[in-house]
Design a protein around this ligand. Structure first.
Ligand code: 5GP
Ligand code: ZN
Length: 103
């Protein structure tokens, strides 16, 4: 099982800030911004390029909605939402996740 699936199952601890039927969000262990969360779908999909049209259409919109709510709640004024897709682009964990990096 991948490391993010273990975090979702609670087998590896994380600083969780959000949990719903579709995704969880937790603090990145090595923050690259003053506020750095990872927003992670509960379904194991290795990378964004493997999302299936029709089946996963709702998913990314949901992650963005959650990011907007968390940023607002935490008083983050400006933020980047980022997906790294594939090892060449710097994806280290092969389970879809959106970075929320805020200032
Ligand atoms: P990627 O480079 O795959 O887009 O980003 C993976 C992110 O996951 C990195 O920013 C890294 O710091 C974070 N990360 C890796 N392992 C763990 C972990 O066990 N716990 C948490 N909270 N973050 C992790
Ligand atoms: Zn996984």
């Amino acid at each position: 099982m991948c490391i993010f699936c273990k975090i979702i199952k609670g087998e590896i601890p994380s600083e969780k800030v959000h949990d719903d039927d579709i995704c969880i969000a937790f603090k990145d262990i090595h923050p690259k911004a003053p506020f750095h969360l990872l927003i992670v779908p509960k379904e194991h999909i290795a990378k964004v390029s493997e999302l299936e049209e029709g089946k996963h259409d709702h998913l990314i919109g949901h992650l963005v909605n959650v990011a907007n709510k968390l940023a607002k709640k935490e008083g983050v004024e400006g933020y980047k939402l980022q997906f790294n897709v594939g090892e060449k682009a710097g994806q280290e964990v092969m389970h879809v996740h959106m970075h929320l990096m805020g200032w």
